[in-house]
Design a protein around this ligand. Structure first.
Ligand code: ADP
Length: 405
């Protein structure tokens, strides 16, 4: 029997998201989520796509091993168990791959050691990713496990974009540089945008705006990333749901010296209590739009700051690329919030950018153009699919290595 299924695992510190895909057509067989791992009220939600009927379970799950075992049992109930010979590989989302991992990689001890070595630059994510990998390896030691890195797509950035203008020796000693994140999404969406335009990725320059709760922009030249807005960590760049994005670094010294705040307090402030939630108390764009419609000034200001930053990045990446064929909006806000798309390109007609309000109002899960036919630059809404991209890369790698041996 040929093995055509890939399990995609996205392991967080207290959660595991998973999808089982059939790579003959990229369809989903099952999707699910385990939350609050390590607590008394861990929750598993599992949906087999054959019936679409979700099953939920709440109770104590001590650790990731218990969580993955529970997932495995749920999959087995649908005849999709992890012991099935149809499972070809497990693809893991790994947040930080540093400079070294430029491609998806079959995981061995050396790869695990390198992911571990990167923990100082990704203290929240890489330990959780490692736990997920080790647990999956214990469950199926014979199966290829592949790491797909959030940073990989950005490793093509030139040094001029990847380096901060700080002392080179200090930067190198502490591996301080701009790595960028959301790379799997930027890769997928830039390619899907080229397809929407009926072109090969190598022929088009695209600005991708991944606007979820976390948000980042990238400049993609002929299929290669040449700049992205997140940096050493996901804190840099756009205004996000709870993160500040760009800021004068001296704000931090000021908060320490004058505000008496500790490093952890400032970290928490900038990552969890800033961005939209810091500005207006809400980080959900639906709620912010609702408040604006009711005349709420604070929500309006938060929206305006969000759009101002977004527009600055569109302008900056236009300059970086020189010629832009498309601007693509993706992720929760980018795919759903038409007022954000409209406001982000408003006034940029001189750059060839415009949005057709009727097209922009259409709701759809399909990639689509929202610019007027006459526009020089295409503006597109392109739903992202990070799990499909991870599964595709995983499956391609496993098949390639099979063919080589
Ligand atoms: P992440 O993966 O970063 O958690 P998503 O890409 O799922 O985020 O995006 C989540 C965000 O998308 C929500 O916080 C909300 O602001 C926004 N969002 C989702 N649906 C809508 C909608 N219909 N209209 C406006 N914003 C939406």
């Amino acid at each position: 029997m040929s093995s055509t299924r890939v399990l995609v695992l996205n392991s967080g510190s207290s959660s595991v998201k998973y999808q089982l895909l059939d790579m003959r057509d990229g369809s989903r067989l099952a999707v699910g989520l385990v939350e609050r791992i390590g607590e008394e009220t861990s929750r598993l939600k599992h949906t087999p796509l054959a019936t679409g009927e979700s099953r939920e379970w709440t109770g104590p799950m001590a650790d990731h091993e218990a969580a993955l075992k529970a997932v495995s049992e749920e999959l087995a109930r649908d005849g999709l168990g992890l012991d099935s010979p149809e499972l070809a590989a497990i693809g893991h989302r790994v947040v930080h791959g540093g400079k070294l991992f430029t491609e998806p990689t079959v995981i061995d001890d050396a790869v695990l050691a390198e992911i571990e070595r990167l923990i100082p630059v990704a203290p929240l994510h890489n330990p959780a990713n490692l736990t997920g990998i080790r647990t999956a390896q214990a469950l199926r030691p014979d199966l290829p496990q592949v790491a797909v890195f959030d940073t990989a797509f950005h490793t093509t950035m030139p040094e001029s974009a990847a380096r901060y203008a700080i002392d080179v020796k200090t930067a190198d000693e502490h591996r301080i540089r701009r790595y960028g994140f959301h790379g799997t999404s930027h890769a997928y969406v830039s390619r899907a945008t080229a397809k929407l335009l009926g072109k090969d990725p190598s022929e088009v320059n695209v600005i991708v705006l991944h606007l979820g709760n976390g948000a980042s922009a990238s400049a993609v030249e002929g299929g290669r990333c040449v700049d992205t807005s997140m940096g050493l960590t996901p804190l840099e760049g756009l205004v996000m749901g709870t993160r500040s994005g760009d800021m004068d670094p001296a704000v931090i010294f000021h908060l320490m010296r004058v505000g008496g705040m500790s490093t952890d307090e400032i970290d928490n402030l900038l990552n969890k209590k800033s961005g939209l939630i810091g500005l207006c108390g809400d980080n959900d764009m639906r709620e912010i739009r609702r408040r604006i419609d009711e005349g709420d000034e604070q929500a309006k200001l938060a929206f305006d700051i969000y759009i101002h930053r977004l527009k600055k990045y569109i302008g900056a990446y236009y300059a970086v690329l020189g010629r832009v064929d498309a601007v693509a909006f993706t992720a929760g806000v980018g795919e759903n919030a038409s007022p954000v798309r409209e406001a982000a390109v408003a006034g940029l007609e001189a750059l060839g950018l415009a949005v057709d309000s009727e097209l922009n109002a259409v709701r759809s899960d399909e990639p689509r153009l929202i610019s007027p036919e006459s526009a020089r630059v295409a503006v597109a809404v392109v739903p992202t699919d990070e799990e499909l991209e991870i599964a595709t890369q995983t499956y391609a790698l496993v098949n390639d290595s099979r063919n080589l041996t």
